[in-house]
Design a binder for this molecule. Structure first.
Ligand code: GLN
Length: 484
């Protein structure tokens, strides 16, 4: 079998064959490095990978643990701490920075036999939806170089979509895994808040941040999530609740595998302004779900329209506090023009942060300042609770999962959203799950003018299993239609 075919096979099968010696320890890695060269994954091409160490990767492959990811390369986003490779968050502020410790998710990947040898491009400090706002240049969409791959985890989406790996890690604060997954035609999962340890994920907005997983298929993503999920003493917000087997329903067939499942269709996610082509793909997928035995029930999440304004108060507020640590003293860049401590802070931060990060810090500082705290931050937190309540009510009424578009449009042209507010609106269907902390995922449901579109599933807290059950069945039933 050629190396190219190896990455066309399910991650679980390849890892199992490597673990029992049927394939060479380095077989998947060699296939990945070969693909990386062919698709030009680095700065000379797609610009999806920022840092890599192929020699260390070979070494690691030869010593890999015989676990569920044995010998599989798993690239990780550049805001997830790794030993031996830089962690720069796509920012000049952290140019050359190498973490002295490793994220729990990365440690778990390695313990399962994965090779973590590439750090992927991202919007600076994960603020963005296009991977255009990286200090190291924009990443390209794998099908059309003039378009964006989505963001902020665009690099991780591209490595998976371009066939350089089956699984990659990203992070989400408001959709940064699901949105690029939708744009690139792959699967992206954001688990429940607390399901995966955030230890070693560089903080953007701590109450909204998650580590998420990209997969070429539902099964690849379920496999990856199963490895990194579970309570961690190093993250006090991680939750000690059984992880379960997300792959348990992968072989469920029979004529109606979704008998008894109620799928909510929230009308606020299908506004009259929604692109009719997008609506048509969602309706086709809903017909498929019905044929599989599910009931499609129209529901309402009345506070949905407030999600973007609430997010753009809460996220910058937390960011302004979290990013205060980048002051030139302990981490990364320090620029000291010799005018005292204050001058050092100012110059370091002005030169280290790009325009979008600066905008967020200013916004966040403003909404937290005396006199504005009650008017903005406190009110936003109250509305956030209403948004979470909308979901709670719908799930309590007997709905098992919600089904919506992941994004209003397919991948847009690079440079086309120069007004920040336009960019913010591309997250309109994804920020709600971060505000509520519920699990959500995107999977391919078809194409519009040749570009992938994603369908989103959301479930109630810690019910990833039901979400995967529906995703597996839909993926199987759509078959090649999901990519047409
Ligand atoms: N696009 C959103 C933002 O810019 C979400 C980013 C994310 O999920 N990291 O904040």
């Amino acid at each position: 079998m050629s190396e190219r075919d190896l990455l066309a096979r399910p991650a679980a099968d390849v890892a199992a064959e490597i673990a029992r010696g049927a394939l060479a320890r380095t077989a998947a890695l060699d296939a990945s490095l070969d693909a990386a060269q062919r698709v030009r994954i680095g700065a000379e091409g797609l610009n999806a990978v920022l840092w890599r160490d192929d020699a260390a990767a070979r070494d690691a492959a030869n010593r890999a643990a015989a676990g569920a990811l044995c010998g599989l390369p798993v690239p990780v986003k550049d805001n997830i701490a790794t030993l031996g490779l830089p962690t720069t968050c796509g920012s000049r502020m952290l140019e050359g920075y190498v973490s002295p410790f490793e994220a729990t998710a990365v440690a778990r990947l390695r313990a399962a036999g994965a090779i973590v040898q590439m750090k992927t491009n991202m919007d600076e400090f994960a603020m963005g939806s296009s991977t255009e706002h990286s200090a190291w240049g924009r990443a390209q969409h794998p099908l059309d170089a003039t378009r964006v791959p989505g963001g902020s985890s665009g690099g991780s989406a591209v490595v998976v979509a371009a066939g350089v790996s089956r699984i990659a890690l990203g992070s989400e604060t408001g959709g940064s895994v699901r949105q690029p997954a939708a744009f690139c035609g792959i699967v992206g999962v954001k688990p429940t808040y607390g399901r995966v340890s955030r230890h070693g994920l560089v903080a953007f907005a701590s109450s909204l941040d998650h580590i998420g997983v990209f997969g070429q298929t539902v099964d690849d993503a379920a496999l990856g999530l199963g490895v990194i999920a579970g309570v961690d003493p190093l993250d006090s917000t991680s939750v000690d609740t059984p992880v379960g087997d997300y792959r348990a329903t992968r072989d469920a067939d029979g004529p109606r595998p979704l008998d008894g499942v109620v799928v909510g269709w929230p009308r606020e996610y299908f506004p009259d302004t929604l692109d009719p082509a997008m609506r048509a793909l969602l309706e086709r997928a809903a017909d498929t779900l019905r044929a599989l035995g599910a009931e499609i029930r129209e529901v309402s999440l009345p506070h949905t329209a407030l999600a973007i304004p609430v997010y753009y108060i809460v996220a910058p507020a937390e960011a302004s506090s979290n990013l205060a640590r980048f002051d030139g003293v302990r981490y990364g860049r320090r620029v000291d023009p010799g005018q005292g401590l204050r001058g050092m802070y100012e110059t370091t931060r002005s030169e280290g942060f790009g325009a979008e990060v600066t905008r967020r810090i200013l916004l966040g500082t403003y909404v937290l300042s005396a006199g504005y705290y009650d008017a903005y931050y406190k009110r936003a937190m109250a509305v956030r609770a209403l948004i979470a309540d909308d979901f709670r009510r719908v799930f309590a009424s007997g709905v098992h999962v919600l089904f919506t578009p992941t994004t209003p449009t397919v991948a847009f042209e690079a440079g086309s959203k120069s007004d920040p507010y336009e960019m913010y609106l591309s997250d309109i269907f994804t920020v709600t799950a971060n505000l509520a902390g519920i699990p959500a995922m995107s999977q391919p449901i078809g194409r519009i003018d040749g570009l992938p579109a994603g369908g989103q599933l959301m479930a109630s807290h810690f019910d990833e299993a039901t979400m995967f059950r529906v995703a597996y069945a839909l993926e199987r039933a759509l078959g090649a239609e999901a990519h047409r």
